[in-house]
Write a protein that binds this ligand. Structure first.
Ligand SMILES: C[S@@+](CC[C@H](N)C(=O)[O-])C[C@H]1O[C@@H](n2cnc3c(N)ncnc32)[C@H](O)[C@@H]1O
Length: 254
């Protein structure tokens, strides 16, 4: 039985329906919530957008602050929280990830989320440092970043060999000014970023190892089987490195 299987059997956490984009992340988060044994956690979601993780966590009884640069995203978050009946548990704060120090209490969070943000900010190092500073000693960080290998493969398979070559060669894993992302990561570079911020990386999983590679007829036709396969491959080499995203679970030393 894998760690993710054990989570299913040992936690009472019921998150939203699992998809190839979310199943592995929710499994890792559920294990941390179970470890805290029913505590109501203080959660900070940096770049939390419209609340895809924040609202289910609030529904599970936790207190969630979402810091996001986009007023539109925060407005959608506020509506979503109200519709879910958890408006009192979700706080929306407009601001920049690298200015967290002035927006939230230092060392106040039990759990910090930062999903799909470090690849778009100007400089990920101060944001990673701000995530660490926002955590209580012993608190945990859930960080999701874009994977470089999957981007190289998908560009090549679509016939854009020049872009694939540029992505593979560029130190930051970005194809240049027209690329929507400023950088992409592999496991080592993502772990090094969090390590330099003072966090101890405990687990790394691949997210969407297969989902983006399959024809829609397969992905849409067999969603439960795809989720199971994603979960089975997420922690295993070489599949993890080929995933569209890498999920790192890290902790601020106690
Ligand atoms: C791709 S979305 C991800 C949303 C959410 N974390 C998720 O995984 O569904 C990126 C989010 O980060 C926000 N964002 C981008 N740069 C940011 C920054 N420097 N500080 C705070 N939020 C930022 C955007 O407004 C957007 O809501």
């Amino acid at each position: 039985m894998t760690r993710l299987d054990r989570v299913e059997h040992t936690t009472g956490f019921t998150g939203p329906p699992l998809t190839p984009r979310t199943a592995v992340i929710w499994s890792v988060l559920a294990a941390e919530l179970a470890r805290r044994d029913g505590d109501q956690l203080t959660v900070l979601d940096v770049g939390g957008g419209t609340g895809g993780f924040a609202v289910p966590l609030a529904r599970a009884g936790h207190w969630v602050t979402v810091v996001d640069a986009s007023p539109d995203a925060l407005a959608a978050l506020t509506r979503r929280a109200a519709e879910a009946g958890v408006a009192d548990r979700v706080r929306a704060v407009q601001g920049d990830g690298d200015a967290l120090g002035g927006l939230v209490e230092p060392a106040g969070a039990d759990l910090v989320l930062c999903h799909s943000v470090l690849e778009v900010v100007d400089d990920p190092a101060p944001v990673a440092a701000a995530l660490a500073a926002a955590l209580r000693p012993g608190g945990a960080a859930s960080v999701l970043v874009a994977g470089r290998a999957a981007a190289v493969l998908s560009r090549a398979m679509n016939g854009h060999l020049d872009v694939a070559a540029a992505l593979a060669a560029a130190p930051a894993g970005s194809a240049g000014p027209r690329d929507t992302l400023r950088r992409r990561f592999d496991s080592d570079s993502a772990a090094a970023l969090l390590g330099a911020a003072g966090l101890t990386v405990e687990e790394i999983h691949g997210v969407r190892v297969l989902a983006d590679l399959l024809p829609a007829t397969v992905a849409d036709g067999q969603p439960a089987a795809l989720v199971e396969l994603e979960r089975a491959l997420a922690a295993r080499s070489p599949y993890r490195e080929l995933a569209a995203q890498l999920h790192l679970f890290a902790r601020r030393p106690a």
